[in-house]
Design a protein around this ligand. Structure first.
Ligand code: COA
Length: 404
């Protein structure tokens, strides 16, 4: 069944569309909150599905620039996807995905990316698991570093106003190094990062902002909360790291040295860390991080040609893909990637793959070899997967440090 899908035109429609998912979050759709959301997403990027004049589902897409290996690309940052429980499994999501991907294609956004509430939903629409991330829970007594050091810089507290000045340039420096991070505009910084509403604290205290400075340059920052607690007379306090980003290796080491040494806590907790985070090699006992990994960003190539030409490659060389893409058939067919430039070709393909597998490999976070072992790509010529990996690999795993 197909539903009438179009973008919303005012705050009322926007609110009904958002509340499709809002109710699963237990959200109270206050006017103030909806206005803020509307400013961030904008009406022309929020699709709703109608049946008999009533909204039965919604899906939004932030206008991001996503960092990709060696660059950045306009990206539909898919968010607030939901269908009213009265209308589930009748094709509402499918209709919304159709409208949303067509719109991204028309706008010329080569990529779409999202965090999935469940891994089973988005593969059918061409999204592939493109990065992994995980949480840590490190006991205070295991915070020693493998190589003891004296910090080379200093840490100081920031008031929220100053944080608004200091954090964005550091974030942008880090973003230019790591594939998988999305651009944050002023509104995003104000609303998502600097704001510290009670409801987001989950039992912990307010946000603390610190900057790390070395040689006159602010190279890192951290945002964290204390969650105090006692059991049988001893502290069970948690230090919850909201975000810790460093633009240089020394800053990374010193920043985590600061966070891990803070007194009067039992554990340090952090979320969404990439599997190649420096902590694994910085710490004396990395096993004690108790790292638990899951899926991170899911990526879809909306326009295969523009997406492939929008990133850089680790080597010269050429590879021919035979791309299967039922949901976005404009991508179907054989593509030759040579010297970083993709073009349509009639040449024999080296690798046959579907849209989700190309999405998985795109940021360099999932190798073609891994996809091959999982039966997710077909190697049509011997050695093709290794050749493709030589092109697509990057010096780090993609990292998106925030769920959007
Ligand atoms: C997930 C959700 C959006 C699906 O909407 P829906 O309108 O029921 O989905 P559709 O009827 O269009 O289903 C399209 C396809 O996806 C499948 N599907 C939908 N939800 C699924 C799920 N949670 N797990 C597995 N498959 C799912 C359907 O079976 C159908 O499969 P088909 O292509 O083989 O026929 C809806 O259940 C929902 O709002 N869930 C709660 C909020 C949520 O998780 N949102 C996603 C945020 S990232």
């Amino acid at each position: 069944m197909s539903f009438d899908v179009r973008t919303v035109k005012d705050l009322d429609e926007f609110t009904s569309a958002i509340f499709a998912i809002g109710q699963y979050f237990g959200m109270t759709p206050t006017e103030e909150r909806m206005k803020r959301f509307l400013d961030l997403i904008t009406a022309e990027r929020m699709h709703a599905a109608w049946e008999n004049g009533a909204i039965v589902g919604g899906a939004g897409a932030f206008a991001f620039d996503l960092s990709v290996p060696g660059g950045g690309l306009p990206t539909a940052g898919v968010t607030v996807v939901g269908v009213y429980p009265t209308h589930r499994r009748r094709g509402v999501l499918r209709s919304l995905m159709r409208g949303q991907l067509d719109a991204a294609h028309e706008r010329g956004e080569p990529l779409a990316a999202l965090w999935a509430s469940e891994e089973t939903i988005y593969g059918r629409f061409g999204y592939g698991l493109a990065s992994f991330c995980g949480e840590i829970k490190l006991a205070h007594e295991y915070a020693s570093f493998a190589v003891p050091f004296e910090p080379e810089g200093t840490i100081r507290f920031l008031e929220p106003d100053e944080a608004g000045e200091v954090l964005p340039p550091v974030y942008d420096r880090v973003r230019s190094q790591w594939p998988g991070m999305f651009s944050r505009n002023d509104l995003w910084w104000q609303d998502r990062e600097l704001k510290d509403s009670e409801e987001r604290r989950e039992g912990a205290g307010p946000k603390r902002w610190v900057a790390y400075e070395r040689g006159g340059s602010i190279d890192a920052y951290a945002v964290y909360r204390h969650k105090p607690g006692w059991e049988e007379g001893s502290t069970v306090a948690e230090l919850r790291v909201v975000e810790a980003l460093a633009a240089t290796p020394t800053a990374e080491r010193d920043l985590w040295g600061y966070l891990l040494s803070i007194d009067w806590k039992a554990t340090v907790q952090a979320f969404l860390l990439p599997p190649d985070h420096a902590l694994f090699l910085l710490l004396a006992t990395p096993r004690r991080l108790r790292y638990r990994m899951g899926d991170g960003l899911w990526v879809r190539l909306v326009d295969v040609g523009a997406a492939l030409s929008g990133r850089q490659y680790a080597a010269d060389g050429s590879i021919v893909f035979d791309v299967h893409d039922e949901f976005c058939p404009w991508n179907e067919g054989r593509w030759k990637l040579e010297g970083g430039a993709p073009q349509r070709t009639n040449a024999d393909a080296d690798i046959a793959l579907s849209a989700p597998s190309l999405g998985s490999a795109y940021l360099g976070g999932v190798s073609f070899a891994s996809l091959g072992r999982a039966g997710r790509v077909e190697e049509l010529k011997d050695g093709a997967l290794m050749r493709a990996d030589a092109l697509f690999r990057w010096d780090r795993h993609p990292w998106c440090p925030e769920i959007f």
